[in-house]
Design a protein around this ligand. Structure first.
Ligand SMILES: [Zn+2]
Length: 227
């Protein structure tokens, strides 16, 4: 998993050496380099800009730390790689849409953290950073609550329970490792204290976000052949 997380940022910037080296199966580029377009990045292009790259690298280092990886690996399932992949994809365009709004860096960090670790993590992080929760953060927390409520509802449905039972049986048969025998695939409110220094480095200044927007690649114009 650490390998995957380390490969995500270079991948988004068009550097697939690590994807290749580790034969990462979610990287479609290495399967078909000529046809490949990023599904979730602006205009399907690689991301650009050294400052954006370094910011994202710092952010992902937070989540690729041994501590976080250990937590995540106990949730081991094939879905995690996919989910991480789509999380990066979906967050990158959001840098555009929310650019200039307050705490959009936290927005990104919180969204990712929430996906894996639940709401408790967000609060820990904010406290860690000495951040006064702003409007957006507050809204985020409300929507987290709603998501949670929905999730609870979903999990109590007969359909969900049936699927869960089936998945559990499949998983047990597939993987006999001790971790998976536990059968714990999701736990909300897993408290986790992160290295504040790592977090500090992952913070982005408001003005920087504007800069990133300038680096978004335009659509390639259609080439017209005159005969
Ligand atoms: Zn790749």
């Amino acid at each position: 998993m650490k390998v995957t997380m380390k490969a995500i940022v270079p991948h988004a910037f068009g550097d697939h050496q690590q994807c290749q080296h580790h034969k990462l199966n979610w990287c479609e580029y290495i399967k078909n380099p000529d046809q490949y377009r990023h599904k979730d990045l602006p205009n399907g292009k690689d991301l650009q800009g050294e400052s954006l790259k370094s910011v994202l690298t710092n952010l992902f280092n937070v989540y690729a730390s041994d501590l976080v990886v250990k937590k995540l690996v106990s949730n081991a399932s094939s879905q995690i790689n996919e989910s991480w992949h789509s999380t990066v994809g979906s967050k990158a365009p959001k840098i555009r849409f929310y650019g200039g709004s307050e705490s959009s860096d936290q927005r990104v960090a919180a969204a990712v953290a929430q996906t894996n670790l639940g709401k408790q993590y967000l609060l820990d992080t904010l406290r860690c950073l000495n951040v006064e929760p702003g409007n957006i953060t507050e809204k985020n927390i409300l929507s987290l609550d709603k998501d949670r409520e929905d999730e609870k509802h979903r999990k109590s449905s007969v359909k969900f329970k049936k699927e869960r039972r089936q998945n559990y049986t499949k998983k047990k048969a597939r993987n006999k490792s001790d971790v998976n025998k536990e059968g714990v695939t999701y736990q909300s409110g897993v408290a986790l204290t992160l290295d504040p220094q790592l977090l500090q480095r992952a913070i982005v200044a408001k003005e920087k976000l504007k800069e990133f927007e300038k680096d978004v690649q335009r659509k390639t114009p259609k080439v017209v052949h005159y005969v």
